[in-house]
Design a protein. Structure first.
Length: 272
């Protein structure tokens, strides 16, 4: 979500709005149907598979399971009124029952643009399911299938006062990775100006917690506090991570380690 988009960025900056959108993603159903079981849920900036020492209990279970009724209630309780079939902001403000800072009167949730990578059947099915669920609560999402390279080139970092930066939501369909140290500290993704933060997510509390993961003498505790915050604060919409590959390995072949990048190391294989 482009938090600095001139049309809908102010809405994306509101936590209740991101929570409403997250409630439209039915991860268990998407894994079971669109991914044929070959995927894992994602609820946090720290992945749960393969098992790792960095994840805690908050990363293992969604705080925002799919519920269109809850999503609808979140929008209604913050004053998004259904006009026809689409919700519209008619009384802006910053109170708990209002739209939030920067959301102008007359803002409509009609025609929100979502680009996703073409050529991936399961991703297309997921995005169609997301748009359908959004429509049921009065949020109109316009889907566009675009080649991967076009997705990456269009999703550039915008400044808050850069109206020419038009992208709104993108899904490049490839998950994420940490590097070069592979510790899930979040500095690459969620710090202001980070290379993998084109959405412009910026939260002082998150920045402080990320900085602490880089400097604390108690790294385990720092990582737990950081990931718990970003589980709740939804810097992105969490969705299932598809299996990077499906392999058939003979039971008589030993020394095989499944590499997340699909790289093979035959020099380590041996037959019993």
């Amino acid at each position: 979500m482009n938090c600095n988009n001139a049309t809908c960025g102010a809405a994306y900056r509101q936590l209740y709005f991101r929570q409403a959108l997250e409630r439209l993603i039915d991860q268990p159903a998407w894994i079971r149907t669109f991914l044929s079981g070959y995927g894992v849920p994602s609820h946090s900036p720290v992945p749960i598979a393969p098992a790792n020492p960095f994840m805690d209990v908050y990363s293992k279970k969604s705080l925002y399971p799919c519920s269109t009724s809850v999503a609808k209630r979140l929008l209604t309780s913050h004053g998004w009124k259904l006009v026809g079939r689409v919700r519209t902001c008619e009384a802006p403000g910053i109170l708990a029952t209002e739209r939030g800072a920067g959301v102008a009167a007359g803002t409509s949730l009609n025609g929100l643009q979502l680009q996703y990578a073409s050529g991936i059947t399961s991703l297309s099915q997921e995005m169609e399911a997301f748009a359908s669920a959004a429509k049921s609560i009065g949020v109109d999402v316009n889907l566009t299938s675009t080649p991967f390279n076009a997705i990456i080139s269009s999703a550039t970092t915008c400044s808050p006062r850069q109206p020419a930066c038009k992208w709104q939501m993108v899904n490049w369909g490839g998950g994420w990775t940490y590097g070069p140290d592979f510790l899930p500290t979040g500095g690459e993704f969620y710090l202001p100006g980070a290379g993998a933060n084109p959405e412009g997510y910026s939260k002082p509390s998150a920045t402080t917690l990320i900085d602490t993961t880089h400097t604390s003498s108690n790294a385990t505790k720092a990582l737990a506090v950081y990931q718990d915050f970003l589980v709740k604060n939804l810097p992105v919409l969490y969705q299932p991570l598809p299996a990077s590959q499906v392999s058939a390995i003979s039971t008589s072949l030993h020394g095989v380690t499944q590499n997340p990048y699909g790289i093979l190391f035959p020099e380590e294989w041996r037959l019993r």
